[in-house]
Design a protein around this ligand. Structure first.
Ligand SMILES: Nc1ncnc2c1ncn2[C@@H]1O[C@H](COP(=O)(O)OP(=O)(O)O)[C@@H](O)[C@H]1O
Ligand SMILES: [Mg+2]
Length: 328
């Protein structure tokens, strides 16, 4: 996936990731869409209007609304925390944080929220059997250590690899009785925000969910034997090297590009630097065939956003040009 580091540099040159505040339109949009999609992966549909209403009222009326409300609150809180870490250069991740994310997600819904499961469990539709309850603590320490060992910035591509691996590991451990998907996706975004990336939105429609599950399945293959009995911290860490994380990495990279582009565009629009145009109009100005623009956008050559069914961009948003013009 070309253009991730370039985009990150572009974002940094125009002020960096803005603070996660709801007065920031783009942050609000991302938080709401992430919430709706993440609970949709779980099979819970909440419409835009319904979420809007629940957030305004501050009081969910049914379980699906409570799940969305809790998700939104937990995501916002932990991305704010990650953002503070980004400012101070302090990194914080421990078992308590992970448990608290799960607790906030299940507040008022499931009394077991926030505690690692004691019993054994199955993941619906998966080939992997997650570790028995007695091994969760040790596996979660491996997960934490993996993240701590890789928190130093080794470049954006390496970061995406590590973030993909930890997500596969987390979901394979399945430490809680419920909310593992949602907790793991918030942890993933927490790590992204800490590195100055906007959160990603993993889509909840059937095709996207299918792709996500296949990426997890490709990744958990290396862990299937290991989770039967805890192999010890060293061996467990070594097994992580064998994880096939490529499909998950690609998903995260693509999703990252999408939210990075949204952030970049919103900042440039607010500064009055650009007014977006339909991709076709940009093609025309540049003398390209109308549909060639889609290919260029797909390849990451232009910073672009989808509004409704259509793509919008600008001649000035060609990544190469932008790298030179905004990095002043
Ligand atoms: N093959 C797999 N390997 C590892 N994790 C998986 C696999 N298939 C699905 N999952 C994860 O399990 C999650 C569902 O677990 P669950 O505890 O019910 O979470 P939630 O309640 O948030 O949906 C999915 O969202 C996904 O992240
Ligand atoms: Mg569930």
């Amino acid at each position: 996936m070309p253009g991730l580091s370039e985009r990150k540099r572009i974002l940094n040159s125009i002020g960096g990731l803005p603070p996660p505040e709801v007065v920031n339109k783009e942050w609000l949009h991302i938080l709401k869409e992430e919430t709706r999609n993440s609970v949709l992966i779980e099979g819970v549909f909440v419409s835009e209007d319904e979420l809007e209403e629940v957030l305004a009222r501050g009081k969910p009326m049914k379980k699906s609304q409570a799940e969305a409300f809790n998700y939104y609150r937990a995501a916002k809180y932990f991305y704010e925390l990650a953002f503070q870490g980004l400012q101070t250069g302090e990194f914080m991740l421990n078992l308590a944080i992970v448990r608290q994310i799960n607790k906030m997600l299940l507040e008022g819904i499931d009394g077991n929220g926030g505690a690692f499961r004691k019993g054994d469990m199955k993941i619906a539709g998966a080939k992997i059997s997650p570790p028995p309850g007695v091994d969760i603590d040790q596996w979660m320490k491996v997960h934490k250590q993996y993240i701590l060992d890789h928190r130093e910035d080794a470049g954006d591509t390496a970061a995406m690899h590590e973030i993909a691996v930890q997500h596969i590991l987390f979901e394979s451990i399945h430490p809680f009785s419920d909310g593992n998907g949602r907790t793991g996706r918030i942890v993933t975004n927490y790590l992204l925000v800490y590195r100055g990336f906007p959160p990603i939105i993993l889509k909840g429609d059937d095709a996207s969910k299918d792709r996500y599950y296949r990426a997890l399945e490709a990744g958990d293959q290396a862990l299937r034997k290991a989770t039967k009995g805890f192999p010890g911290p060293e061996k467990a860490s070594a097994i992580l090297q064998a994880i096939n994380s490529a499909p998950m990495e690609n998903m995260i990279l693509e999703a990252s590009r999408t939210t990075l582009d949204r952030m970049i565009v919103s900042i440039l629009e607010a500064r009055g630097d650009i007014a977006l145009k339909p991709a076709r109009a940009v093609a025309k100005t540049l003398g390209f065939a109308a549909d060639s623009m889609r290919t260029l956008i797909n390849r990451g050559k232009f910073v672009a956003v989808k509004r409704g069914k259509d793509w919008f961009t600008h001649e000035k948003l060609e990544v190469e040009t932008l790298t030179k013009t905004v990095a002043r």
